[in-house]
Structures are given as C-alpha cells and as structure tokens.
Design a binder for this molecule. Structure first.
Ligand code: GCW
Length: 721
C-alpha cells in the first residue's frame, strides 16, 4: 500500500473508533487539557466561584462557554455563585454594575474602551482578591472572556496583570455568498450552512457553533445571502426565517444583514419599475424595511451589489449610485440601519480599463452619500487577485464612508485544495501608504477613521464557511477566517502574531510545531503568487471556475479573458496603465503615480500590473524579464514542495487525522503549483521565444494538454457563469 493510502486508512480507523477525533469541527475553540498543574489549579480556582453582576442573555452565552472551557481544559464544571460575592473568585459584569468595586481611574479607562471593549485584571474589594472581566456592554464582557480563555490556552495568562482592548473597526462582518438553495458562490466547503428550507422550525446546532466562533474573534455582523441577490429573501416568509437566526445571534453580539436586489420592487412588489426616484419604489422599500424591523428590531441593514456583472441597479433608470444607495439608506435610517453599497462595479460595455471603472464612478459622487451609507471597496481594483495594489478609491474620496472588502474564500488563491494564509496579503494592503488625505495616511488609517473623517467603519470578508465537517474545506482555511476576525478587530496586527495565536489555539504549545507551521503559513502567500501570477501578472485563471491556470483564455467578454490582462505578444508582456496606456495610475496620489510610472522604481511585485515591458527588460537582479518570470514560477513550486516536507517533519507530533488531511492537500498543492508553472511558462514561451533559464527545473508537458483540461464540476460556480 502506498503511503498516502496507508495514512488515510489509519485516519479512517481513528475517526471511526475515536469519537473525539480531531476533525477540525471545534475550530480554534478546542479547549484542550491544561498540562501544567499550577496553571490548572489557578483556573480551577477561578472557575470555582463565577459571579455575574445582573442578568442578560449574553451572560448565558458566557456561562455556556465557561462550561465548555472547564470541561475541556480541566474536566470540571464551573460553580456559578449568585448573591454571594464573598464566595466568588471570578467577577463578570458591566462597568456600571460594578462601579462600587472599581476605582475612578479604572472606570474612566473602561469607559474609553467604548461599546465593544473590555478590561480584565485583578481587583481587590473589602480585603478579598478577585479576577474581573468588565465591559461597558455585555458583548464587551463576552469578548473579554474569549480573550481571557485564549490567553489560558496559549499560556500567556497572568492573573496579576491588567489587560484591555477594544476594536478599531465598528462593523466586523462576514459576507456569505450563499444562495437560498444552499449552493455557495465561490464556496469550496460544501453547501451553505443556512438551511432555509427547514427554517424557521428547525435550528441546526451549527448556527450556535458558528455564532460562538465569530464572537470569539470579534465578528459582530453577518450578511447571510449572496450579493448576486435573490429578491425572495425579502418576502415575509423568509423574514421569518432570518428572524430565527437574528434571535440566535443577538446574545453573541452579532447583527444580521441581508442582500437587497435592486429590482425587488418589480420581482416581489409587483411594480413596473425599480427607479430609485419613483414614489412607489420609495414606498415599497420603506414598507419592506419597516416590516423587516418588525421581525428583527436590530436588523443591521442591506448590502447591495448594483450595476455590476449583470446585477440590476440605478443605471437602468439613468440614476447614479448615490441616488440608488440613498433611497435605500433613507428607508433604513429611521431604524438606525446601515446601507452597504459595493464599489465592485464594472461593465464590459464601458470602454475603459476595468481597473479604473469603480474609481471613475464613485470619486465624482464623493460627499453625495447619506451618513448611513458605507461604500464597500474590494482591496484591489480588479478582483481579489493573488496580489493587487490597493484600490485607488482609498484616499481618493474624503467625504464618503469607505469599508474594506477582503475575500476569505480562496477563489483565486487555491480554493480549498491549497494552504494559503491570507493575513500577509491583507496586512500588505492595510499597511499601504495612500499619501492621501495626509502624506502618512495608510489604507488601515482610512478605514478605521484615524486618517479619515469617518465614524462609521467597516471591514467585510467574503466567507469561506460551508457544511464541511471542518467548516472551511481545508483545515488551514480556518486560519483565514480567524485572521480576518483579528484584523477586522485590529487592522494593525501583524500576520505573524495572528498566525502564532491561531497555531497555539489549534495545535497547542509545542515550540517545534509552532515554528514549523508558522513558517509554512507565512511563506504560503508569496509562494502562491509566485507559481500563479508573479511580478504583477493577474487574472490568468481558468475561465469562470477560476480553478488552475488559463493564461490562454480568450473570446467572449474581453474583461473576463486572460489576454485582456497579460497582453503578452512577441514584444513583451504586461498591462500598460501609465500615461502611455490606460492611465489608471493617475487615480492614485501623485507621489505613487510618479514612482510607479517608472518601471525601474515601481516595486517589482507590481511591475506587470502597470507596465507592458519587453521580454529582455532588465530587472534589478540584472536578469531579463523573461528569466525572472521563469525563476519566480519555479521558486513558487519549490516553496510549495518545502511546505510539504516541512509539514511531514511534524508527522510524529500531530494527530493523524489532521496530519493526513493537510498532507494529502499539500500533495495536491504541489501538483497544482507544478501545473501552474508548466502551463504558464509553456504558454508565455510561445511569445517570448526564449529558452528557460538553466537553473530552473525545465517545465515539462505539452501546452495543448494543459489547454485541453476542463473542470465542468469544479465547485463554487454559479449556474449562469
Ligand atoms: O470575484 C468575482 C466573482 C463573482 C462574484 C463577484 C463579486 C458574487 O467571480 O462570483 O459574485 O466577484 O464580488 O460580486
């Protein structure tokens, strides 16, 4: 029997015979037993006397969490004491309720932490020492509890020191691209976890596990449905279903949002138009929205994709995005609802570089949107590519609330067969200097309001969650869900810190495991960029499913072909976005435009995004462009192989279930990396007509073979693509 099959059988046997098999279902909330006796007794002591100030549904959630934590970490059940402060060790409550126990300084400090912040630390009251977790609102206390439990699991808890934290972004949101029939657009982890058919009567236990997981990383908003929206979600029947989810999520501090299809007044309202200035349309949305709030009093609001990729929108009626968004925002405003309008708009009918279209549409509308509107902007101007320069809208508008949209699901980044840790990519975007509105502004500073005027702040991530037992298809997809929550809470965290947190919670404290997995994770994104789209290449994936390489994709809508983006010919390769080309660079601050217009000054990782250059153009290494492209592809493959062998070095230290799962997928990843390299280099060689550099492994295979591959059952495609 070959090794993978042998390992698989072992894994199967473990799963069958071991009900507590590590199948990833528990995510980072595994609460594994504490081995250190003194730490165990410290926690035991705290859990033996948990005192809540007052009552609240969120406290029930906390009690449940403490029970699970006590059970997992100590094999004990906490004792909840009520009315007897003297019997308590761990105090939980709000600043107001606990004010008589807190000095003025601590009270002021906590007050400054705002709605979702928490303070935790030692307290002395009437001669007795306690440990306290305090927030201004119950959800703050919940966040404090999760943070405290995390510190115990990762062995950093110190009872004697204080710790406080609060999120920098107000709305920390998952966007599900889930359809009502449970298919998931760009979802690679099975079907949608929302079982609309069985709602409202049947509550899947997963809903609660989902809410716990999100709350544990600070996520406080979810849009349940696909942005390619179905108006049916706004019918009374579906509102009743959504209400059940909203009620379940409320104690976890999570608000429900839904996607609104712009043409809903026609589809479910019987109107002849969806014109945002039409009084009947306005009345439809007002009535619909009032009805929604009668079911879900704290409904978050609507998320809208309009006039993009065939979705209906205000343009049909000669209205602009502000007129469309404001009409919906006005319907939501009396209920304090938020309207999130996506900036991902482009049309093949407009003869303008796709990179420029969103900026061209939204910049002139700056200042025209209502206060409760947020424009949700993808991190880059094209579409979640393995690497994109930051979107020029960040910095271009000054009077408009901008939110960030990242894609957690790995549509263009290996889907669920590849381990690609996305935090380094997000970190790169968040730290990018925009030079606007001030010379030191960064993307993070704009979206968290510190470099911009906005109070209403948002970070959204397109979910990678599905019905797969481990939630995300690839175990390491969990790290991306986790990282998204952490970066939405604090966009200045480093990907290294986040990786460490996740590894400790998922795999424990062992130093070798930690350093090996951390290295794998931190090199994985650059590796994927190298074997897919190095040096600024982009959008050269297989048609529609975006699985694997497809640099030859042509025909049909130009802006959905690869040729549109790489523009390879016998002269050279790359998209000229300087003033001699599409001038997309002029949408950035002048400091950036000036530097990036020069192929010798632009960061090489973005070179071909902005320049069309000859094959023998010399890079900073002294090598030709062609050689560098080839070397990057080859390097990507070599890193993928190294990731696999590094993982294998941990075989004796990781439980067989998770070891085998990841090991099999890494084997696929290596094959896919080789496929990418071979297919792209053989294809580009037909233009460059140059040999491959000696030092690389010579790409093998036959270009026609690669071109002939087809994947009609690839996951995650919506039927009409
Ligand atoms: O990334 C592209 C996807 C589409 C998606 C679209 C969007 C929801 O290929 O599947 O549609 O972006 O973000 O609206």
């Amino acid at each position: 029997m070959n090794k993978p099959i042998l390992l698989f059988c072992l894994f199967w046997a473990m799963t069958i015979f071991n009900s507590s098999a590590k199948d990833g279902y528990k995510l980072w909330l595994d609460y594994s037993p504490i081995k250190d006796a003194s730490k165990a007794s410290e926690l035991n002591n705290l859990l033996n006397g948990v005192y809540f100030f007052g009552e609240n549904p969120t406290y029930e959630v906390i009690r449940n969490e403490l029970k699970q934590a006590g059970d997992g970490m100590l094999n004990m059940q906490p004792t909840f004491v009520s009315e007897r402060l003297e019997a308590a060790n761990l105090l939980l409550g709000s600043r107001e309720q606990m004010s008589q126990l807190l000095g003025l300084d601590t009270q002021t400090e906590i007050l400054k932490l705002g709605e979702d912040g928490y303070w935790r630390g030692p307290l002395e009251f009437e001669g007795k020492h306690y440990y306290a977790i305090i927030g201004n609102r119950p959800v703050g206390i919940l966040y404090g509890v999760y943070d405290w439990l995390k510190s115990i699991q990762s062995n950093t808890f110190n009872k004697g020191t204080q710790h406080s934290d609060s999120p920098k972004i107000k709305i920390r949101m998952l966007n599900h691209w889930d359809n009502l029939d449970r298919t998931v657009e760009r979802g690679y982890a099975g079907f949608s976890i929302w079982d609309w058919h069985k709602l409202p009567g049947y509550i899947d236990p997963r809903y609660i596990e989902y809410a716990r997981a999100n709350a544990s990383i600070g996520i406080n908003a979810v849009s349940l449905t696909n942005v390619n929206a179905n108006a049916r979600i706004l019918t009374t029947d579906f509102m009743k279903k959504a209400k059940v989810l909203a009620d379940l999520f409320r104690p976890y501090g999570i608000k429900v949002y839904l996607t609104a299809r712009f043409s809903a007044p026609m589809e479910i309202g019987g109107l002849e138009t969806a014109d945002p200035l039409d009084p009947e349309v306005i009345a439809f949305w007002k009535k619909k929205t009032d009805e929604m709030y009668s079911f879900i009093p704290d409904f978050g609001g609507y998320l809208v994709k309009a006039n993009s990729e065939g979705q209906p929108g205000p343009h049909e009626y000669g209205r602009n995005h502000a007129e469309g968004a404001n009409m919906l925002a006005d319907a939501l405003a009396p209920h304090r609802g938020i309207l999130i309008w996506r900036a991902f708009v482009y049309s093949h009918e407009i003869d303008e570089d796709r990179h420029k279209q969103a900026n061209s549409e939204f910049e002139p509308l700056d200042g025209k949107f209502r206060e409760n509107v947020i424009i949700q902007v993808k991190n880059g101007a094209i579409d979640f590519q393995p690497r994109e320069p930051f979107h020029p809208l960040f910095g271009a508008v000054k009077e408009t609330n901008l939110g960030m949209e990242f894609q957690i699901t790995q549509e263009y980044l290996g889907q669920a067969t590849q381990l690609v840790f996305l935090a380094p990519m997000w970190e790169e975007v968040l730290r990018s200097r925009t030079f606007r509105p001030t010379p030191n502004s960064t993307v993070a500073g704009i979206i968290d309001g510190s470099d911009s005027k906005q109070n209403l702040t948002l970070m959204a991530g397109v979910s990678n969650i599905g019905t797969d037992r481990n939630w995300t298809g690839h175990l390491f997809g969990q790290a991306n869900w986790f990282a998204f929550g952490r970066q939405a809470w604090n966009p200045y965290l480093s990907s290294k810190e986040i990786a460490e947190e996740w590894i400790k919670l998922t795999f424990g404290q062992n130093q070798e495991i930690l350093s090996t997995i951390e290295e794998i994770m931190l090199e994985s994104h650059e590796a994927a960029v190298n074997y897919m789209t190095p040096l600024g290449l982009h959008h050269i994936m297989g048609r529609s499913h975006h699985y694997g390489p497809g640099p030859w994709v042509e025909g049909g809508r130009a802006d959905w072909t690869s040729l549109y983006y790489h523009k390879a010919d016998e002269e050279g390769i790359g998209f000229d976005r300087t003033s001699t080309g599409s001038s997309a660079l002029s949408q950035y601050a002048s400091q950036i435009a000036a530097r990036w217009s020069d192929p010798n000054q632009i960061p090489e990782k973005l070179l071909l995004w902005f320049h069309h250059l000859p094959w023998d153009f010399k890079l900073r290494s002294g090598r030709s462009l062609w050689d560098e492209i080839a070397l990057h592809y080859d390097k990507g493959v070599k890193t993928a192989r190294k990731m696999k062998s590094d993982w294998e070095s941990l075989e004796s230290q990781i439980d067989p279930e998770r070891f085998v799962h990841v090991d099999q997928l890494l084997a696929i990843q290596v094959q896919e990396a080789e496929w990418w390299r071979n297919a792209c280099l053989l294809y580009f060689q037909t233009f460059s007509k140059r040999p491959f550099p000696q030092e690389i492994e010579q790409p093998e295979g036959d270009l026609d073979y690669y071109k002939s591959l087809s994947f009609p059952t690839a996951p995650g495609i919506r039927p009409q693509w």
